[in-house]
Design a protein around this ligand. Structure first.
Ligand SMILES: Nc1nc2c(c(=O)[nH]1)N[C@H]1C(S)=C(S)[C@@H](COP(=O)(O)OP(=O)(O)OC[C@H]3O[C@@H](n4cnc5c(=O)[nH]c(N)nc54)[C@H](O)[C@@H]3O)O[C@H]1N2
Ligand SMILES: Nc1nc2c(c(=O)[nH]1)N[C@H]1C(S)=C(S)[C@@H](COP(=O)(O)OP(=O)(O)OC[C@H]3O[C@@H](n4cnc5c(=O)[nH]c(N)nc54)[C@H](O)[C@@H]3O)O[C@H]1N2
Ligand code: SF4
Ligand SMILES: [Mo]
Length: 704
């Protein structure tokens, strides 16, 4: 039987809307939803059927029978696995209280399921991956606008100029955004790209700046300086909607283009040329504040400066600028219900100290890495149980060895994953979730110019003994006597309950796979933005009252980044368009396209060490030595070496990915708590590694 199913891609966390064709319970065709993506999908999205077919994944629940990480697993039934976990959870709760259990998920729009479960247990300790991703950018945005990093939509398609600092938008991609960038370029828009190396985005750019690693803040400050000096900012907008402009003008006085050119290693004439273009192109200029923004000690301030440049351009709520993300309420509607409404709000303090010791961080998901501190020291109280759903902390946070030491204080470690994750391999129980093509997910609201409700429909029945997340969570809740918080017995019931206040029904999704709250983009009146910024003053706070209150400067004086010690390089990383972090490395199709990573080394530096293209090199940090293939190029700054994140996996059952390439994570020795004190992000780019030609040869490579 043939059918066509509206669904949502799950090969990465962008979660593009898709249409799936199915014949006899087999996926025969996948494409991006025509109504939003005009059919476009990325390479990873197209490899979805290979994920389903791949048998190098857990196919039924597994319980650890040897030591942690030894890889001795016993396959058990769902009944057995859920009973086992529920028993352990009960014992932990009896001994240490419910707050000694933490859970993390990279659920994005679906995170409320895991959060609701954590709260139902009575624990406040729900968290996610974001201290290794967007936290600095998020907090920087809040400090300025009172809105987080998802508070604005970038209207790239209509912009005249898009400025990207380390936001490799065409590689680290969202297809919808890539389409917008290409449309903008087709219409004659300008693209400025700043990176320590050349990239897919850089080669399309009108202006490309190869900067010294860690100097973005310097360039951003100089742009502010020159724009103010030339009276090139939107004075009316600044006067009306911002506070602290004079302090900023005073602060940037010494940060001229001449100064930044020297600091960043770029040409002063190029900076002046860019400033001229920006002034000519405003207000239709978008300064992307970064998604994860390459991570240095001062990235919070770099992102704050980029956001502030948006305010100086006066680009808020104008076509081709930053548009407030609208919710259901902006269209006179109501959003869907969330399961978190049903569970009690926990009263205990968070173990990561967020909202208590660390007032500067938004409570929301808190900061995962700080839980390791709590685990290791039992302060403020012990953490004894951890459940990670769609999240692999060992592939996400620095120094997995240090993470394992902290985890050894736990009595229960559970991984709910579609794959063997590095974390899962160390866990006590692996619960295999059905893949995105084999499961339904909850309904979620996507804010935007036209807010919409999206959903994931199961395209095919599970091929293995796997379950969807709702059934997993409900199964645990029932065993713990918490089923009143998860009262729906089927996904259909849950969807209907979610939709009730919205006035939409499931039938409304049939036409396009989603429903919209508005026919046309919703824009606020730009002359009445008062109160839209959720800061204490209701304005864009160039000088933030909250930062002041917490004892942090709104503008940190620039400090030049450390130079690598002799014989060492700064390790920087990024993504490939062919992989999603670490979890597609073993995908049969994607692995064939890109089976391993390499180490980019500046040609001259490589020459000095006697390293030729294709040689194996040792990359050394503390007691870790990784071996990888060298790629020599002029297009990387001599102080840096670069690799694609996600490789160097050590799970024997993933034969394609096993020991292929190297892990950036493992080289980040001692960096697990190296956090930006204001932004909360981990300083992932503050690692220096030694590089030398390896004594290993290619024949031995597979044995390493
Ligand atoms: N050194 C270094 N560290 C980094 C980064 C870097 O570039 N370099 N990048 C950082 C960034 S930006 C991020 S976002 C994080 C990402 O870190 P993570 O969130 O940990 O990474 P992912 O690979 O997206 O996914 C984690 C797990 O989800 C599983 N998974 C995938 N699909 C499903 C599903 O449908 N259901 C379930 N249950 N599980 C699923 C995968 O198998 C994988 O084990 O890493 C951060 N850490
Ligand atoms: N294909 C694919 N797309 C993805 C993902 C994926 O895994 N695969 N993951 C998604 C996620 S979770 C995220 S957070 C985003 C991240 O998207 P991006 O924020 O674009 O992140 P990266 O690809 O890590 O790119 C970081 C870039 O910063 C550069 N860099 C290093 N140091 C400096 C510096 O000092 N200054 C500047 N200006 N640049 C520097 C690196 O060379 C690299 O090119 O991508 C998303 N999209
Ligand atoms: S970016 Fe690619 S992998 Fe990610 S959701 Fe979209 S199509 Fe899927
Ligand atoms: Mo991310």
């Amino acid at each position: 039987m043939k059918k066509s199913v509206w669904s949502m891609c799950g090969m990465c966390t962008v979660r593009c809307p898709i249409r799936v064709e199915v014949e006899d319970n087999t996926v025969t065709w996948l494409e991006g939803n025509q109504h939003i993506l005009k059919g476009a999908l990325c390479a990873k999205g197209s490899a979805g059927p290979a994920l389903v077919a791949d048998k190098e994944r857990p196919q039924q629940p597994l319980i650890r029978r040897g030591g942690r990480g030894a890889g001795r697993w016993e396959a058990v039934s769902w009944e057995f696995a859920l009973d086992y976990i529920a028993d352990k959870l009960k014992t932990i709760i009896d001994r240490h209280g419910p707050e000694s259990i933490m859970a993390s998920s990279r659920g994005g729009p679906f995170h409320d399921l895991v959060k609701a479960f954590t709260h139902a247990l009575g624990s406040p300790n729900y968290t996610d991956h974001d201290s290794a991703c967007g936290r600095n950018v998020h907090h920087a945005s809040i400090s300025l606008f009172g809105l987080g990093r998802k508070g604005f939509i970038y209207d790239i398609k209509n912009a005249k100029h898009l400025v990207l600092f380390g936001r490799n938008i065409l590689s680290s991609l969202r297809p919808a955004e890539v389409n917008q960038v290409m449309d903008m370029l087709d219409k004659g828009g300008r693209l400025t790209y700043v990176d320590v190396r050349q990239t897919l985005t850089g080669i399309k750019a009108t202006n490309f700046f190869q900067v010294r690693p860690g100097t973005d803040y310097a360039l951003a400050l100089a742009l502010i300086h020159e724009i103010i000096k030339a009276d090139g900012y939107d004075a009316e907008f600044v006067e009306r909607y911002t506070t602290g402009f004079d302090e900023l003008a005073y602060f940037v006085e010494n940060y001229s283009a001449e100064w930044a050119a020297k600091e960043c290693g770029i040409k002063v004439k190029d900076i002046h040329e860019l400033v001229g273009q920006l002034i000519a192109d405003r207000p239709k200029v978008v300064f992307h504040p970064g998604w994860m923004l390459s991570r240095y000690n001062d990235s919070f301030y770099a992102s704050r400066a980029l956001n502030c440049l948006n305010a100086l351009m006066g680009n808020i709520e104008v076509e081709g600028g930053l548009i407030f993300a609208k919710g259901a309420g902006d269209c006179g509607g109501k959003g869907p219900r969330s399961l978190t409404e049903l569970s009690p709000k926990p009263t205990a303090k968070r173990a990561d100290g967020v909202g208590d010791v660390y007032k500067q961080f938004e409570k929301g998901p808190g900061l995962f890495h700080l839980f390791y501190k709590a685990m290791a020291t039992a302060t403020p109280y012990p953490i004894k149980g951890i459940i990670c759903v769609r999240h692999d902390p060992f592939a996400c946070f620095p120094d997995p060895k240090a993470q394992k030491e902290a985890l050894d204080n736990c009595d229960l470690i559970v991984s709910v994953d579609t794959h063997y994750s590095e974390f899962g391999w160390y866990a006590d129980v692996i619960l295999p979730e059905s893949t995105y093509l084999e499961r339904d997910s909850m309904i979620a609201l996507q804010k935007g110019m036209k807010p919409r409700l999206v959903m994931r429909n199961k395209a095919i029945d599970p091929q293995d003994d796997t379950l969807d997340l709702y059934r997993i969570i409900k199964g645990l809740a029932t065993r713990l006597g918490l089923d009143q918080y998860f009262p729906h017995s089927t996904m259909q019931e849950l969807w209907a309950w979610q939709l009730e206040p919205t006035g939409f029904t499931l039938a409304d999704f049939e036409k396009k796979g989603f429903v919209e709250y508005a026919d046309k983009p919703v824009l606020y009146d730009r002359d009445k933005l008062e109160g839209k910024f959720k800061t204490p003053s209701g304005k864009i706070e160039i000088i933030s009252q909250k930062l002041d209150e917490w004892g942090f400067p709104s503008w940190k004086p620039y400090e030049s980044p450390a130079k690598p010690p002799k014989g060492q390089y700064r390790l920087v990383f990024g993504r490939s368009p062919l992989h999603a972090h670490s979890h597609t490395i073993n995908n049969p199709l994607l692995n064939e396209l890109m089976p391993q990573n390499t180490l980019w080394i500046n040609t001259r530096e490589g020459g000095k060490m006697g390293i030729a293209e294709g040689d194996l090199v040792d990359v050394i940090s503390g007691d870790v030595t990784s071996v990888v293939i060298a790629k020599l190029t002029d297009f990387i700054h001599p102080e840096a070496v670069y690799t694609v994140h996600g490789f160097g996996r050590q799970i024997p059952l993933q034969t394609r990915a096993y020991h292929a390439g190297m892990s950036d994570q493992k080289l980040m020795k001692g960096q697990l708590q190296n956090m930006d004190p204001v932004g909360g992000g981990l300083n992932l780019c503050e690692t220096f590694v030694a590089v030398r030609k390896s004594s290993k040869n290619h024949q031995r490579k597979r044995e390493l």
